[in-house]
Design a protein around this ligand. Sequence first.
Ligand code: NAD
Ligand code: 6OD
Length: 487
Amino acid sequence: MPEPKQYLNFIAGQFVASSRTFENRAPADDRLLGQVHEAGAAEVDAAVAAARGAMAGEWGRMTVARRVELLHAVADEIDRRFDDFLAAEIADTGKPASVASHIDIPRGAANFKVFADVVKNVPSESFEMATPDGGKALNYAVRKPVGVIAVICPWNLPLLLMTWKVGPALACGNAVVVKPSEETPATATLLGEVMNKVGIPAGVYNVVHGFGPGSAGELLTRHPGVDAITFTGETRTGEAIMQAAAKGVRPVSLELGGKNAAIVFADCDFDKAVTGVTRSVFENCGQVCLGTERVYVERPIFERFVQALKARAESLKIGPPEEKGVALGPLISHEHRAKVLSYYEKARAEGATVVTGGGTPRMPGALAEGAWIQPTIWTGLPESSAVIREEIFGPCCHIAPFDSEDEVIALANDTPYGLATSIWTENLGRAHRMAGAVDVGICWVNAWFLRDLRTPFGGSKASGIGREGGVHSLEFYTELRNVCIKF
Ligand code: NAD
Ligand code: 6OD
């Protein structure tokens, strides 16, 4: 049994303890992984001061070429320590090693390389103009770092979503203070070791641990030394962060919740659609913001599709991260399981047909203490049901039939959220029509969670503000300055 770890804050290149700690437990079996050092006002002040110091020092003067070189070195060092990152991520989240080793950790490294290359290659605009006195002026735009960026992260894809912000922020020359989720402190802490190893100057990357309200999250987002806030998490938390950002008129980038629809037409490639929807509903135990919780299937294939998805759900092997063939880990915590199970109860109370699941699996030995849950499918609920309207963030979906494009567009768009949709059809014209009609930031056709990091990523309506990815990240992480020279 390994010794419980100490998850320390990382401030100005040093690992820093604090007087208050809280437990980090593994969702797979509730074992104690270690003690997390909660940052108070003193640690948050120190982290912000370290970041400001870095901006005023070597980092602020560094050439783009050197910054790019360093960020490539960060990615290479994550790759070199792949097994350490993998072990840390699967202990904190309980997700299958097969998932974390294909998605979370490789993306953790890629996020540094891709944005370093974007910054290296991005052109700037220039306009020559005639002036009233018969002369000329040349306008050109230059990108400057914004300053100190607060990065507030969720627990579902901890390294991936944290580096998705830290990569572009650093590539653009900013310094960051990261507040990882209280549920998943490990990989952000480990990244501090990587930063020191490759020679990122002290203060460029800082980590403060803790909770949201009344803790490190709120202290950081309210801190006057923070110039901008980038946040991924629940829509309600996004509202609180936007209020904090209003003081000082600081920019926010918000990647928030979703209630995403999958739309399956009778002309789809049936097996591909079933495989795709199985992934979009159940991957990461349903804890992906882009995941599907509402499935609409064209009536001629409705019954066949429900039975096929049921068979797939029942074939998913539930088990601990390292076990071969496991497809479904636990939920992140007992608290989150209680929330998801409350929706399982609501579905029953509202008269759903429970096609499969609806409860918790029996797990052997120590695993019986984990936050396990059954993959669940419902049919027969009215669209007004809480299960169809509210984000659950678990391995579950409701399936309803539809009869026409217009009907399914109205159903898919009838939600306060607007994050992602996946559409399954072999009809090209229909694919384009539907992609134009659904009110979301990301629309996949015959795919799901297929990512090209150069593309705009974000949500409409209550799913977020702003777009990140490729050059779109530069819009948030840089100030674009126009220089006008008369000659
Ligand atoms: P959460 O909002 O509960 O917490 C996210 C982070 O915010 C945590 O670090 C938390 O400590 C911090 N926080 C909470 N209250 C705060 C406050 N008042 N001030 C400052 N910080 C505060 O979200 P979660 O439960 O960690 O993640 C799940 C949610 O995230 C789901 O709603 C999911 O849809 C969403 N999500 C969205 C995206 C996206 O790209 N749109 C990606 C992943 C997750
Ligand atoms: O792939 C990404 O860049 C991204 N931001 C994914 C978000 C997943 C949400 O859980």
